[in-house]
Write a protein that binds this ligand. Sequence first.
Ligand code: BGC
Length: 378
Amino acid sequence: MKRITLLGIVIATIFTFLFTSCNQINKAKMEKSKGITRSSFGTAGGKEVFLYTLINSKGTEVKITNFGGIVTSWISADKNGKNSSIVLGYDSLSGYLATHPYFGAIVGRYGNRIAKGKFLIDSIEYTLAINNGPNHLHGGVVGFDKAVWEPTVENDSVPSLLLSYLSKDGEEGYPGNLNVDVHYTLTDEDELKIEYSATTDKKTVVNLTNHSYFNLTGDVTNTILDHELQIDADHFTAVDSTLIPTGEITPVKGTPYDFTQPTKVGLRIDSVKGGYDHNYVFNKIDASLTKVASVSEQKSGRVLEVFTTEPGVQFYTGNFLDGTLKTSDGKAIQQHAALCLETQHFPDSPNEPTFPTTLLLPGQKFHSITVYKLSVIK
Ligand code: BGC
């Protein structure tokens, strides 16, 4: 009798184990299936915010929150099949509610700097918040990176998230009610496509970008100094000591700014005071969606290609990261832990008549596309 009971217990235990394992495997499979899912991410400004997980047919996973339109992680396999995130970000909202340097965020109404926070439209002077030395940076004190965006999930052939925001007339000093849409799509080719559009009811200035910090090793304890970068730009905009363009479009040839051929980021960085934080002027002459840059990292085999309709990119090597901020699992985010390729119009364009215009008029539609495409060389 005792033996039969014991046998029963053993069989029951085996069945329970098999059942639980199968369930876990199925759950993992389900979690990895292509599409878009939503989970709660906390509250900001009294509004509930969400974290969206976009998964493509390869199992690549991009997480985006409607707080600041922030890309919080982009998990993909390296050449050895090891999964890790190629962007810096936090697991929880608290990191983003605290001060952080625009990790993964949508930046606007005007990404980059406007000298002394002032510009003229039709002889009317507008004054913006000063939040970077003597200048205005990335839309001001409460820019688009801190807004709670209205989300719409689209889950047709590829997972896609539309984020909408009304930036009110006078917000951070900018004129005009600006209706902004940012459309994130993760394709089966491992492309994160970001499509921006905006309309206004008064003449205003617009420059929208995404501020993702990339580290292709997937490990923030490595710097990006060994990443190889190529930018299709023979020129960059020279800047003064406060990083405001002097107006001069300077050739990169023969300078440490030359990335026309694939070059290690760290090769000449010591000759650039503070590190790279410069706007490159693409060679392309029109607003077609064109490949403009690529980054590769040997150990992981990962390659990131950048395509954009924009005329420039701010190449920033995380110079102001200093180990103070920590990742969600407690690792210090050191200087040069990541690099940014912020596709955009040139800094301070509202005050530089020779730069491509950033003026948006009522009745016009601002439209811009940037695609970050990830691949692996085995
Ligand atoms: C700027 C840097 C700044 C960083 C974080 C970049 O776009 O050019 O100067 O430190 O953003 O705010």
